[in-house]
Ligand binder design. Structure first.
Ligand code: SF4
Length: 64
């Protein structure tokens, strides 16, 4: 799985980092930075799916 964040939609709510802290790290303004260039480690996919659902801005896209 790979994950992308549409930064034109992201509103820095930070819920992605709460759901999947090993994949999303927030910068000093609360915007997510993807670890490992968006590659989702094995076992993290369920957390990323929850992040996709939790994002109020619908800014996260995950592809297999
Ligand atoms: S949950 Fe969505 S809007 Fe909030 S920081 Fe993450 S990607 Fe951005």
């Amino acid at each position: 799985m790979r994950v992308q964040v549409d930064m034109s939609k992201c509103q820095a709510y930070g819920l992605c980092a709460e759901e999947a802290p090993d994949v999303f790290e927030l910068d000093e303004w609360g915007y997510p930075e993807l670890t490992d260039d968006g590659a989702v480690p094995d076992g993290q996919a369920p957390r990323v799916e929850r992040a996709v659902g939790a994002c109020p801005a619908q800014a996260i896209r995950a592809t297999n």
